[in-house]
Design a protein around this ligand. Structure first.
Ligand code: TRP
Length: 332
């Protein structure tokens, strides 16, 4: 699609409260693709409405999510940043791909099963076909690489299957995308229960560190982090709390486990927790500052959305035209 560059696409749910797990596992990596690839990062508001949303909150979080990604280092001049509902081609291709996706395939999606249990009063068709809309997001831009968390691997596999099926029936139409599952930080665990993933839906506020938490909050949460009865800062089996803190410290400082063990030899858990808190707070301070500046400037955020949507729509149109022709739609 771009003579010179391959395409990266990823979608992010408009939820303002992103955690350091999201930051280390996804957002921080996003900007590393910008030089080598043409990157599309999309705030997926149409996916969000598969569960009930308060309209004012959805609107606010759409701005917040864009601002947060920009604050975390995504430059709108180097990446196409846009909002899904601003490019109707997503819904268009989503419909077409529904006709090439099997009921059985969608029934097997673990996210659908989980969410249907969680929202038993609202198992709507959109929740069911969520993965075909996601496939449309990806395939519209002839995407080569899709950075996602492990939880989205199954959806990505389905997108590949749909692309291959369509290509098989109508000759080459879509690039078959590859997933890129982040290595570092993909498993940041809860600070309160270090055997479970740090999740923004955790009811215990001390379990989660948000990207936008104040320095005081960050230090307090790390101080209270659950560890074990030992006292030596050393990675090891059964030391889930310490292992998790070491992962976080590694991600923020770039140090290795050996370096960390040497740094804290003979110093105990208290010192270590404080150091992890400080490293985290220091790394996030500039992100928070930039976010505060951006979120106050709605006009600028809207101009970014607008330019992003125009650039995305232009590329999406080419794929839609191709698909229309292949399917046998009359084109005028
Ligand atoms: N389903 C993804 C999630 O919940 C978000 C998403 C939507 C996405 N469309 C996408 C991710 C396309 C990658 C590519 O995290």
């Amino acid at each position: 699609m771009f003579q010179d560059k391959k395409v990266v696409f990823s979608g992010v749910q408009p939820s303002g409260n992103l955690t350091i797990g999201n930051y280390l596992g996804a957002i921080k990596n996003f900007s590393t693709f910008s030089e080598e690839y043409h990157c599309f990062y999309c705030v997926v508001d149409m996916h969000a409405i598969t569960v009930r949303q308060v309209p004012a909150d959805l609107r606010r979080r759409t701005y917040e999510t864009l601002a947060l990604y920009m604050a975390a280092g995504l430059d709108p001049k180097k990446n196409t940043l846009f909002v899904q509902s601003h490019v109707p081609a997503h819904a268009e291709l989503g419909w077409m791909l529904n006709c090439f996706t099997m009921f059985g395939e969608l029934s097997r999606m673990t996210q659908f099963k989980d969410k249907s249990q969680k929202h038993a009063d609202n198992i709507n068709a959109g929740l069911f076909t969520y993965p075909t809309l996601m496939a449309a997001d990806i395939l519209l831009y002839q995407t080569e690489l899709v950075p996602v968390g492990v939880d989205q691997k199954q959806h990505l596999e389905l997108a590949r299957d749909i692309a291959q099926r369509f290509n098989g029936l109508y000759s080459d139409t879509f690039v078959v995308p590859e997933g890129y599952i982040a290595q570092t930080g993909m498993k940041i665990m809860s600070l309160a229960e270090p055997t479970a993933k740090m999740s923004k839906s955790d009811p215990n506020p001390n379990a989660i560190v948000y990207i936008l938490d104040s320095k005081d909050d960050i230090l307090r949460k790390f101080k209270r982090a659950v560890t074990d009865s030992g006292c030596e800062v050393r990675a090891g089996e059964g030391k889930d709390g310490i292992n998790n803190l070491m992962t976080i410290y590694r991600c923020f400082t770039g140090k290795t486990n050996e370096e960390i063990e040497a740094e804290f030899a003979g110093r105990g858990y208290g010192d270590f927790k404080l150091a992890v808190g400080e490293a985290c707070a220091d790394a996030l301070a500039p992100v928070r500052e930039e976010y505060t500046r951006l979120i106050a400037d709605k006009a600028y955020l809207e101009s970014v959305m607008k330019e992003g949507a125009e650039a995305a729509a232009y590329c999406a149109r080419k794929t839609i035209s191709k698909v229309n022709r292949k399917l046998g739609f009359v084109t005028l």
